[in-house]
Design a binder for this molecule. Structure first.
Ligand code: TIU
Length: 237
């Protein structure tokens, strides 16, 4: 048995290597909900082609499987609101004057409303027992949630960030984490945007200026680094 607490995982990344101790890292799967990824949901109601996000699912699943195998912390987030919409600002409900608004009935139930099919996480990345599921009313995962308490209570200092969409909830969460002293490694193939140019710009912004918001790498580089740091576990694959 390898004592994973003593292992340091060194991931090639931009702007430079991202190293972490296994016991201090958590995987964030941000808003992989039907409402953003599947047809008939909130993302499509805003006029987006949701198929652009699907490429991020399979690589995220590979990372999720590795975290599960190793027993490392996993946190899933879901953007959405209470059934009575008491936590929904009018500014958010009305923005853009869409034909279907948050709380309205859509093909997958009420848009971005807790308890609806569309609000829940896609089957490919569905949480299992022991993983944290965090409901959030905003874009950033720290706003209006107990995420900071959960991370600090578990000794987590570094986050592996996946999710949708890159420039909205992923970027907001990475910036919130950064301001609270958490280091974020965003996996470029495990995030997706409805807008290719925003995807590129966001990843560039995060890693610019010596990592002003965080680091960027890929699922392959992360998984290779994990297997290299923990040979017994890698060899058992
Ligand atoms: N519209 C869009 O790109 N994203 C969101 O509204 N929420 C998240 O990113 N989760």
């Amino acid at each position: 048995m390898v004592d994973t607490e003593k292992v340091e995982v060194k991931v090639p990344a931009e702007p430079y290597e991202f190293a972490f101790e296994p016991g201090r890292v958590a995987l964030m799967c941000i808003d992989f909900q039907r409402d953003f990824v599947e047809a008939g949901g909130f993302g499509e109601s805003l006029g987006n082609d949701v198929s652009t996000l699907r490429g991020s699912i399979a690589p995220t699943r590979r990372v999720l499987d590795k975290f599960r195998e190793l027993g490392w912390m996993v946190i899933h987030t879901r953007e959405g609101h209470r059934e009575d919409l008491s936590d929904l600002f009018p500014s958010k409900r009305d923005r853009g004057n869409p034909s279907l608004r948050i709380g309205d009935e859509g093909p997958m139930g009420r848009l971005l409303t807790r308890g609806s099919k569309g609000h829940d996480i896609i089957p490919e990345l569905y949480p299992i027992e022991g993983e944290v599921v965090l409901d959030k009313p905003g874009k950033g995962a720290f706003y209006g949630t107990d995420l900071e308490t959960i991370l600090r209570a578990n000794g987590i200092t570094r986050l592996i960030v996946t999710g949708v969409t890159t420039e909205v909830c992923v970027q907001s969460t990475a910036r919130e984490a950064n301001d609270r002293g958490f280091d974020c490694l965003v996996l470029s193939d495990c995030t997706g945007s409805y807008f290719p140019e925003f995807y590129e710009s966001t990843l560039n912004m995060i890693k610019a200026q010596g990592g002003i918001v965080g680091w960027v790498s890929t699922s392959t580089d992360l998984l290779t680094a994990v297997d290299a740091a923990i040979p017994e576990i890698g060899a058992s694959k």
